[in-house]
Ligand binder design. Sequence first.
Ligand code: HEC
Ligand code: HEC
Length: 252
Amino acid sequence: MRALWFVPLALWLPAVGEVQNPRTSAADIAAGAKTFRSHCAPCHGYDGTGGLGPNLAAGRFYHGSTDEDLFNNISNGIAGTEMPGLFYSADRVWQIVAYVRSLNGAAQTAPPGDPKRGEALFASKGCSRCHRVDGKGGAMGPDLSQIGASRSAAYLRESIVKPDAEVSPRYWRVSFEDGQGRKVQGFLLNEDTYTVQLIAMNGALESYDRAGLKDFTIDKRSAMPSYGGLSSQELDDLVAYLWSLRPGRGSK
Ligand code: HEC
Ligand code: HEC
């Protein structure tokens, strides 16, 4: 009889491993939407298309895309990032998962603007001095090679016109005078009892003895200049270019 027992168990295992969302009715999605708007929208946007947190409406999730992954990421948060945990009942979290799933594929229409012209502007307006795309460009700002997959067009536009609107703590600048009286500025990476580590403006990792540091200040404004002076056509083109930067796009 043993063999009969083993065969069905083996067939069962994959199904058992895959947790299914038990709360997917229209009422569950509506309830999930409500929680989403109060708790998640400040970071992920009212319609989930992204803000400080990534776009959740593209149907692509870097931290895992099964229902169980979504449940865990939403419930526990994502360690080492700004994504907080949510101390809610399992049912309420499943409702949010159902809502996030319902966004899939939304907001996928390309924004107006010409990505080719945007690419040329990206070089001529100096963006590439500070941003890398596919390994080319400066190291001060974030790598934008896949920015289109995680940010909405509206967010991208705001990033260019009002860089100060949302600056991740990774890009807050610290400045101080070191033990030898030299002025130092960089993005704070880590600090412990004896040292302060930072990423200098040129992208290099530096470490300073805490002893003797003076005038330590933190500036939460963006190190990126505002490009409010661009024409709205230029902005459209730049946004269309950034929006097109996604994994698996054509040849480089
Ligand atoms: C304080 C801002 C903030 C809030 C509030 C927030 N998130 Fe996030 N969330 C983030 C950030 C930032 C990330 C990206 C983490 C990373 O990869 O660096 C993220 C990641 C995620 C991911 C994983 C995305 C992926 O690609 O795998 C999911 C899913 C998610 N959030 C859902 C939610 C939901 C649902 C809520 C509300 C219950 C919520 N978040 C609230 C900032 C936030
Ligand atoms: C002097 C360096 C510098 C220049 C020039 C610059 N940036 Fe930035 N950029 C940064 C830094 C630093 C950040 C991160 C802080 C922040 O969010 O503002 C950033 C952030 C961004 C973001 C947000 C990225 C994210 O993940 O949220 C976008 C989009 C962006 N820049 C696009 C551009 C474009 C387009 C241009 C040219 C029109 C440009 N940048 C020029 C330094 C620069």
